[in-house]
Design a binder for this molecule. Sequence first.
Ligand code: IPM
Ligand code: MG
Length: 380
Amino acid sequence: MNYSVALVPGDGIGPEVTAKAVDVLDLVGDKFGHIFNFVELEAGGLAIDSTGEPLPASTLEAAKHCDALLLGAVGGPKWENLPGSMRPERALLGLRAGLGVFANLRPAALLPQLRDACPLKDEVLAASHVEGKPTFDLLIVRELTGGIYFGERGRDGDGRSPGSTAFDTERYSRAEIERVLRVAYDAAARRRSRLCLVDKANVLESSRFWREITAEMAGEYKNIETSYMYVDNCAMQLVRAPGQFDVIVTSNIFGDILSDEASVLTGSIGMLASASIGAKETDRRYPSGMYEPIHGSAPDIAGKDIANPLAAILSAAMMLRYSFSLEKEARAVEASVNGALDMGLRTKDIAGRTAGCAAERIVGTNEMAAAVIKALENQG
Ligand code: IPM
Ligand code: MG
């Protein structure tokens, strides 16, 4: 099959890590008989410099015509002082809304090879179980195109002093909540069949609405165990006993915050991939998908052959799975990443901090990606 992939390398370490994901996809194509056509597009700081806008209309239009989008990262100090609507990050929000990718899947699992990079103490991890093993393996499903990040906002005054207050609005429709819940329930059905709605229903009306709708839907998904947790408690439970979670489904802002917290537990934000997916269509599982590492542009290490390419490579694996339904290929890529880690290769961000890691070797972006490619070549 032929697939067209919009490629937005972006800023900072974006270009160097997406280049590695492209190499991996090219090899997947050779091995499994697919063709991936890449359409390179500008967004973020790079686009601001060349066109004056973070998300040129031509970029969004071209992306809509592709089967999926792979993004590196956007942003950097150069553009930090621009007004909110002109910042590189607007490109992400614009792409998410423009492509209609309303559900953001952020897996966070502890790989045994990276135990020493995980900041949790042995006692904490020992108390956290997944299928009898002391570890964690969770998936945050974050609503991505609604809520306070997209709601009405502005500045007004108290009547006497204009501009003395500012506001943002959390607003969700039933339809927005239902569609992301469906994605989360589907994901739970393919995992360990547990779903936890995280909200602030003791205070927020919008959260009570999420709960009501979840309770209704729970009746439809009888094989999934549904539970509810307040977001402040969840922030605590994630560092106390992360093994209790399978799928967490939550609003845009809570998902943003909790997914950063969860990522740190895995040892490195440099390992974490994400998928943002839209509505289901009959011919494909999730037609419009956007895939990106969650680590950001890390301008301080850009261009130095230091960045961890694994999150970008794992994002490409998620693209194979969710946009193209190429499960075997996705697993082959994931196994190759495991293979490189098994060989003891570590980028700086995932290097062990304890004495027992003599077999580890610190490598750069190029060497890490080369090891993944080699592992993929050597697979049956
Ligand atoms: C993320 C990022 C973005 C978000 C920012 C850069 C707009 O933090 O993908 O989590 O909040 O969605
Ligand atoms: Mg974030």
